[in-house]
Design a protein around this ligand. Structure first.
Ligand code: UDP
Ligand code: GLC
Length: 383
């Protein structure tokens, strides 16, 4: 029997793009499957959810090629890409469509789908005009998408616009936002707040939470500069370095020390129970220094019924209506962030109003059932 769709990811680390794919597979039809180029936590989560993942065996040296790769490095990866494509083609022929969930997966899947005559969908999670992408990577990705992808699924209008700006064929683009299961996101309570303080050894004062990878563009350093001006405020920094980007963690820990924050900031490392931790903080923060393609943590904060302060730009502008269901601040502006935190801690009624409205927005607009339906509609267009 031919199954519906095979979602392909080069990494099995758990970044936002991979969590999007895991959510689709956990809540979508059973004939959607997940395929990884290496084993890791995301593949293991699928096993735990009784969705057997496919792990290809020829992929490991592709992880070393980063988004800022030179033409030479990309050429060096070509042999691995070819082996992976042949392996993927053998598995992929059981599916009606292949959905590549990352750029490296796009290159491999493009070749594999040519071998077996299946349509290709590229699920695009990045704003590819961002300077973090080398010109070569961006050009190669747009070229492959234009030549081989029947559809490009973008995680926000901002991501779709950047693809078009980079020369991508916009008539093929469909927007599918990340979605969540509200039942898996308890609303904050004072008991959750006390549990959080006990768990991380924090005092009775207010606690803000920053959730995400430790990497410069997620802006943990912006929060530390803001906290230096808010002596009563404590913080949990939830997340770890990922995808080989380890240098920033040492840097940002050093910054916390030099700003005198060691006794009121906790680095928790990667945590699985984000929803529970969010339910215990007073404010959920998002501090990205570049336009965020979507921003799962923003919606998760809203689902927790916590007031959210996020950086203006990118997909975040499509999630939050300013001063109604969240606050927006300019990127890389510690003074504006500190002022927004102080405002929510002073005006608790306003904070509660924002938080309540945020939960309603998140439940209504970013539900996993809608995400699965939107993805299914894209797949239906292929047949
Ligand atoms: N996350 C997690 N554990 C952590 C830190 C983050 O599970 O310790 C999750 C977080 O809940 C969110 C995702 O990682 O679902 C990050 O996605 P987002 O879109 O915010 O950013 P990305 O890292 O994909 O750019
Ligand atoms: C990427 C983006 C992030 C988005 C996630 C899921 O990792 O950086 O903004 O929320 O994908 O689409």
């Amino acid at each position: 029997m031919t199954k519906s769709a095979l979602f392909v990811s080069q990494t099995a680390e758990k970044g936002g793009a991979e969590l999007f794919m895991l959510d689709l597979l956990a809540h979508g039809p059973r004939d959607w499957s997940g395929c990884f180029f290496e084993d890791g936590p995301a593949a293991k989560d699928l096993v735990a959810a009784d969705r057997q993942p496919i792990v290809l065996s020829s992929g490991t040296n592709l992880s070393a090629v980063r988004r800022e790769a030179s033409a030479l490095q990309m050429l060096g990866a070509a042999g691995t890409v070819w082996s992976l494509a042949r392996e993927l083609a053998r598995t992929g022929k059981d599916y009606r469509a292949i959905c590549a969930n990352s750029q490296k997966a796009l290159f491999v899947s493009a070749l594999a789908t040519r071998m077996i005559g299946r349509p290709l969908v590229w699920v695009l999670h990045d704003i590819i005009t961002d300077p973090a992408f080398s010109r070569n990577t961006r050009r190669a990705a747009v070229l492959f998408a234009n030549l081989f992808a029947t559809r490009v699924v973008a995680n926000s209008k901002a991501t779709a616009q950047a693809f078009a700006d980079a020369g991508g064929r916009s008539e093929r683009v469909r927007i599918v936002y990340c979605g969540f299961d509200p039942a898996a996101h308890p609303q904050g309570t004072s008991a959750a707040g006390q549990a959080l303080r006990r768990r991380f050894g924090l005092g009775d004062g207010p606690v803000v939470g920053l959730f995400g990878r430790l990497t410069p563009w997620k802006g943990q350093h912006v929060l530390f500069k803001a906290l230096a001006t808010l002596p009563a405020v404590q913080a949990v920094i939830v997340g770890s370095a990922m995808f080989g980007q380890d240098a920033y963690e040492a840097e940002v820990r050093q910054l916390a020390t030099s700003e005198g924050l060691d006794d009121r900031v906790r680095f928790t490392g990667f945590q699985r129970d984000i929803a529970d931790i969010m339910a215990g903080v007073d404010i959920v923060l998002h501090t990205s220094t570049h336009a965020e393609p979507f921003g799962r943590v923003v919606v998760e904060g809203m689902l927790a019924g916590r007031p959210v302060i996020a950086t203006k730009g990118g997909g975040v502008n499509e999630i939050i209506t300013e001063d109604c269901d969240g606050l927006l601040v300019p990127p890389s502006d510690p003074a504006a962030l500190a002022a927004a935190i102080a405002r929510l801690l002073t005006d608790r009624d306003f904070a509660a109003r924002i938080a309540g409205a945020g939960r309603v927005t998140a439940v209504e607009r970013f539900n996993i059932s809608k995400t699965c339906a939107d993805m299914a509609a894209v797949l239906d267009e292929l047949s």
